[in-house]
Each structure stands twice: as structure tokens, then as C-alpha cells.
Design a protein. Structure first.
Length: 365
């Protein structure tokens, strides 16, 4: 791919934006901060100072639908992946945001296959798992490298996640692609023949945790992989949505629970929704003491790893939803926002109850 990039300027001194952070689809950890991605905006939470910062279209984000994020401590930047294949780089020490449109503009890939599913790092490269295969992006040079089409005969197949284990890169594939691996140091990974089939089927994730390698298939079954032999460990009640590892912990998120395992696959913590926070979970990460869970309705919920019973709700103030308002009314008491829609024929069905947002000098209520 030829590098097609542009920089977006930060106009935050001139404009103020109001975004909803109630639905958080991805959370990652980096440099004492938790980064959380809503549909089209991002916020960070400093776990030491307890401060929140927002990254929105005001700062230069595209406003497209975010599918995943990754923080690089080595390069001090946040990589933002989108459903349409867009990549944006948010630098810690720079107000500009780098926008990379190579995948978006790739005519040989169907628009519906360009979604960035997962971002995995190895040295100076990040490996983008997508609906068509794997693309490599160099964080040092800030440009794309090779793209791997690893289906049978070199066809495009969806890759849900990659991980590095030993001398190999493993790829969890859908579309019947199974679980594949290839030597990470090979100069010819673009040749599908260099990708070895480890197991058949459809796989949601593959993840390294220190000296262990795990994978989860679409049947909700988690396996440990030893010498490329899959050994079943358990079956989850709900479909695992995100699998990651951090601080020698394996973290699996389903819609109702977050499971944290140690290096020997002992369950250290299980965080579940409750009556006070009845919601769906979407993703989770950890720091030394806490679990941080991205939810459908409460932004990020934080709870202790040692006693995951009580939750703290974390997100910036904002409206209920990011969907376009149906009506906005301003008066001396503030701004009222309602949500709703109807068809071209003025048909309002199906009816939805979406609430009302009220902005005053004190914020949203």
C-alpha cells in the first residue's frame, strides 16, 4: 500500500463538543491511563490523578465508527481503528492527529470487509486483523507495510485476532479459516503457503499470556495450545467478546461477566453485572489493582480485582446518545435534546424510549 496520510488540526480552543460516553466498546491500558472508545469519541482516565481527558472531532478525530484501539507505550501514541478501515494515530505529545486512509481507498477490498477487528504489536510493527486478512503498519515510519491474504489459495478471509508466541505469529480466523501460524521473521508472509494450518474451524481470538497460548472458537470453547495441539479447558456460558492479556493475567469479556486468570489459568476474579448496573459488558482491561469494564450504558465501570463486587462509574459528562438529535430546544434554563426518528412517510415505528438530555451551566442532567 502507498502511504496516504493527512494531519487533522486541534481546534479545541475554539469549539466545545458534547459527546456521549455511556456506551464504551473498547478499553485499553497505557502509562497509568485507561483509554476508552465510544462509538465516535475517546476519553482517557488517569488512575493516579483521577482526571478525565476527551479526544473527539474537536481534537481532530474523524467521527467515524471506532472498532478498536491500541496504546503503544514504546512510541507514546494511541492507534485508533475504524469499521471503515480508517486508521488514526493520536500522539501523546502532539496536538495533531495522523489520519491514514490506505485501507479505506483500497478498491480490491470490499467496503464491508475493511473493519479493523484487532491491533497487535511486535517491535515497531502493529498487525491489524481485518475482514480481509492482516495488514502491517510501521509505528516508526508511520506507514503501511505488507498485507497478508491467508485464506486457501491466498483468498481474503476475516482475521479476528493475532498474537505472537515464540517465533510465530498466530492468526484466529473466521470464514472457516481456522487457526493459522507463520514464522514471524519470515520475509515472505505475503505468500499464503507460508501460513500453516494449526486447527480447522472458526476462531474468535488467540492470545498469549506469558508462556501460555490460548484460543477461543465460535462454540465458546477455550483451549490451551501446546505444540499446536488444542486442549479444551472450559466452555463459556456466553460468547466471549474480547480476550486480552496484561500483567501476567488473561482477561476474557462476555456480555455479563469479566474473567481474570493467572498464568496457570487459575480464576483470580469474576466481575458480573448487578442490579445497580444492569448492562452489557463489551471489553475489559486491568491495572495492578482494578478491573475496568467498557459497558453499554455506564461508560467504564471500575472494580477491585480482589473483591469485584462494587463498581465506580467513570466517563465524562455528556448527552445520553451520540445519534443525531430529533429536536433541540434552548431557553433560559438550558438546552433540551430529544431523540427519535421516522421514515420518509412519517412512520415513527418501531417506537423507542430514548430519554431526554438537558444541558445547563452545571453540565448534563
Amino acid at each position: 500500500m502507498l502511504p496516504l496520510v493527512q494531519f487533522a488540526q486541534d481546534f479545541s480552543n475554539l469549539w466545545e463538543g458534547y459527546f456521549s460516553y455511556n456506551q464504551v466498546n473498547e478499553v485499553v491500558t497505557g502509562r497509568n491511563k485507561i483509554y476508552a472508545a465510544s462509538e465516535n469519541a475517546i476519553f482517557s482516565f488517569d488512575s493516579q490523578t483521577k482526571t478525565l481527558e476527551e479526544i473527539t472531532t474537536i481534537q481532530g478525530l474523524s467521527g467515524e465508527t471506532i472498532s478498536t484501539i491500541y496504546y503503544s507505550e514504546a512510541y507514546e501514541l494511541l492507534v485508533v481503528g475504524y469499521e471503515n478501515g480508517l486508521i488514526e494515530i493520536v500522539f501523546d505529545e502532539d496536538d495533531d492527529i495522523l489520519t491514514v486512509v490506505d485501507i479505506v481507498n483500497k478498491s480490491t477490498i470490499l467496503d464491508g470487509d475493511k473493519k479493523i477487528n484487532h491491533i497487535n504489536a511486535n517491535e515497531n510493527n502493529v498487525y491489524l486483523s481485518t475482514g480481509y486478512g492482516i495488514s502491517v503498519f510501521d509505528l516508526e515510519r508511520l506507514e503501511f507495510g505488507d498485507t497478508y491474504f491467508i485464506g486457501d489459495g491466498g483468498i481474503q478471509i476475516e482475521v479476528s485476532q493475532t498474537t505472537i508466541f515464540g517465533d510465530y505469529i498466530y492468526a484466529a480466523c473466521l470464514d472457516g479459516g481456522g487457526l493459522k501460524k507463520a514464522p514471524i521473521a519470515s520475509p515472505n508472509l505475503i505468500d499464503y503457503k507460508n501460513w500453516e494450518q494449526v486447527s480447522n474451524g472458526d476462531f474468535l481470538s488467540v492470545q498469549t499470556n506469558e508462556s501460555k497460548l490460548y484460543t477461543i472458537n465460535t462454540g465458546k470453547r477455550l483451549y490451551e495450545i501446546n505444540n499446536d495441539v488444542l486442549t479444551s479447558l472450559l466452555v463459556f456460558a456466553d460468547t466471549p467478546l474480547k480476550t486480552t492479556s496484561l500483567n501476567e493475567k488473561l482477561i476474557v469479556t462476555t456480555k455479563n461477566d469479566v474473567f481474570v486468570y493467572d498464568v496457570d489459568f487459575n480464576l483470580l476474579a469474576k466481575a458480573s453485572d448487578n442490579a445497580d448496573f444492569n448492562t452489557n459488558f463489551n471489553a475489559a482491561t486491568i491495572d495492578a489493582d482494578n478491573i475496568y469494564i467498557g459497558t453499554d450504558n455506564f461508560g467504564v465501570l471500575s472494580t477491585s480485582i480482589l473483591n469485584p463486587l462494587n463498581y465506580e462509574e467513570i466517563h465524562p459528562d455528556g448527552p445520553l446518545l451520540n445519534t443525531p438529535p430529533f429536536s433541540i430546544q434552548a431557553d433560559v434554563n438550558g438546552v433540551w435534546v430529544t431523540y427519535g426518528d421516522y421514515t420518509l412517510d412519517y412512520n415513527p415505528y418501531p417506537l423507542n424510549a430514548r430519554g431526554v438530555s438537558h444541558l445547563t451551566k452545571g453540565g448534563f442532567g
